[in-house]
Write a protein that binds this ligand. Structure first.
Ligand code: NI
Length: 143
């Protein structure tokens, strides 16, 4: 990791105890690694809210028997085709489909697309995981 800077953090004992519990449960190597993750997550959220260049996944679970639902979801994706990097479709069981959409672009436009998809009637579950592209680049894997 390049250019590590150490800084002191003052925190109430009770809060630190809770944080240490989180560090243990999530199997972080140490507090620093956990804190870096939390900061990155908040920065991603902030970037998403500020409307910067972002990447996200949109996960949908839906019942494909709902009338015209598949067509509607397909149409929304075609309306935003330039944002979509890749999609994964899994036929979960006789009724249900799982779709994961990876997309990249201005956060505002990603949000608009995600809202339309998750808000479509018949979508049982819609989750959006956003990440900000650091310095406009796609996030690199750390492992
Ligand atoms: Ni399916």
């Amino acid at each position: 990791m390049a250019d590590l800077v150490r800084f002191g953090v003052a925190m109430e004992r009770a809060l630190l105890d809770q944080f240490d519990g989180l560090v243990t449960r999530r199997r972080y190597e140490n507090r620093s690694e956990a804190l870096r993750d939390l900061v990155r997550r908040e920065l991603a959220e902030d970037g998403w809210e500020q409307g910067g260049d972002a990447v996200c996944t949109i996960t949908l679970v839906y019942d494909h028997h709902v009338r015209e639902l598949t067509e509607r979801l397909n149409e929304i994706q075609h309306d935003h085709g330039e944002l979509i990097i890749s999609t994964l479709h899994v036929h979960l069981d006789h009724d249900h489909c799982l779709e994961v959409i990876a997309a990249r672009g201005p956060a505002e436009r990603l949000k608009a697309m995600a809202d339309r998809l998750t808000g479509t009637r018949g979508v049982l579950r819609g989750d959006v995981v956003a990440a900000i592209a650091p310095q406009g680049r796609a996030p690199a894997h750390s492992h």
